[in-house]
Ligand binder design. Sequence first.
Ligand code: ADP
Ligand code: MG
Length: 229
Amino acid sequence: MLVVTDLHKSYATPRGPLPILDRVSLTLNQGEAAAIMGPSGSGKSTLLYVLGALEPPTSGSVSIDGTDPYALGERDQAAFRGARIGFVFQDHLLLPQLSAIDNVLAPTVVARDGGPFSDRARLLLTRVGLGDRMDHRPAELSGGERQRVAVARALIRQPALVLCDEPTGNLDRTAAEGVADVLADLATDGRTTVVVVTHSPSLAARFGRRYEVVDRTLIDLAGAPPDRM
Ligand code: ADP
Ligand code: MG
């Protein structure tokens, strides 16, 4: 579960604080998925970084399954991020020398939390439609397949929260559909909270909750006329 309360975020710049986000509040339960839209430069990535324990808010709070990551010390915060949050970025950021399955397993190598991760990695790759591509390196995969590996990697440690920043931004329509299917499927497993930043109305339409960053705040698009989408 994700609870964001009255979040403000400014970046420090040589010319003084640059306000990006203002009075952002959001509650998403376990199993809920939200799309966040908004123009370029409106602060969507900044919001994901704040939600993902990567960029502290200027004020306000973030709680992920009851833990405020910014109340933790540096090491605990990094450990929390690794264990509880999965990220998917526009660029897949796969390691080129590793096979798909080893890329999925990469977050568990440093985790030291043991467990039968190989079975889970196979399960995840099968679930994202890559059961017959596990030994392919990134160069031997299509763009859409690479991004589906990145989704499987984000899930390997069973995070509470999965954050996706324009995950289909580099893909053609068909590949984007495949990634959208995987993300929408993930949202129905009931255990994870999913937040997807996207410019794609058709991707956004796949998720139960839809928001837009407008004038530095987050507005709920529920009930908004379809032309806002
Ligand atoms: P979006 O993802 O919606 O395109 P971003 O969150 O990347 O928007 O950026 C929002 C605004 O914050 C932009 O105007 C950007 O220039 C500014 N910005 C982003 N990161 C920093 C930073 N580290 N320092 C100062 N300004 C930043
Ligand atoms: Mg962005």
